[in-house]
Design a protein around this ligand. Structure first.
Ligand code: AMP
Length: 213
């Protein structure tokens, strides 16, 4: 099953993707995670991408399209994948369609997680991440020990782009560049709208209903 998780920054795509991986046995492909790993390693791609990421802007289409082109050909994607944070522009969606067509495949469902902007700022400024992929919130989802990951004991950090100026830019860019994808995939009959403001488990149940129902 080939799935796309669509939604504004802070909608809970990463959290839901991790639960879906467990349940569906297909990998999560997060372009944000892949780019952050490249930044950390200091690769040429990472150094270039960092400029955009820190400013809350999208990395150029050709960079992320190249990442996905290589990644979906890997063996663990044979039964499908969960795209988290890709596509983010109509050009990326069109490139993805072409790639999948060339492989005799298609997207099955686009899970559109809907959260109002008013809730996103609070979610993102309070978000704390672990390099293992776990995410916490200083008010709503505290780790057992402050600043330490419950799962791996790693030190939690505040993403540079989860600071207020970058968030505002990311939300503006989301509405301008990414939200048009809802229309793009609605025309193809692929969109499954999911309210993203309930509990993590309720949202997960709604996603499972949409993809298995
Ligand atoms: P995320 O972890 O999905 O919020 O992504 C963090 C940042 O990585 C974004 O704000 C962008 O700068 C960059 N990024 C991730 N995915 C994409 C994408 N599909 N297209 C362009 N930039 C991306």
């Amino acid at each position: 099953m080939n799935l796309i998780l669509l939604g504004p920054p802070g909608a809970g795509k990463g959290t839901q993707a991790k639960k879906m991986v467990e349940k569906l046995g297909i990998p999560q492909i997060s372009t944000g995670d892949i780019l952050r790993a490249a930044v950390k390693e200091g690769t040429a791609m990472g150094i270039e991408a960092k400029k955009y990421m820190d400013a809350g802007k999208l990395v150029p289409d050709e960079v992320v399209i190249g990442i996905i082109r290589d990644r979906i050909k890997e063996a663990d994607c044979a039964k499908g994948f969960i795209l988290d944070g890709f596509p983010r522009t109509v050009a990326q969606a069109e490139a993805l369609d072409e790639m999948l067509k060339g492989m005799g495949q298609d997207i099955d469902h686009v899970i559109s997680i809907e959260v109002p902007d008013s809730a996103l700022l609070e979610r993102l400024t309070g978000r704390r991440m672990c390099s293992c992929g776990a995410s916490y919130h200083i008010m709503f989802n505290k780790p057992k020990q402050e600043g330490i990951c419950d799962l791996c004991g790693g030190k939690l950090y505040h993403r540079d782009d989860d600071k207020e100026e970058a968030i505002t830019e990311r939300l503006v860019n989301y509405h301008r560049q990414t939200a048009p994808l809802i229309d793009f995939y609605t025309k193809k009959g692929k969109v499954r709208p999911i309210p993203g403001t309930g509990s993590v488990d309720d949202i997960f149940a709604a996603i499972m209903d949409a993809v298995e129902g």
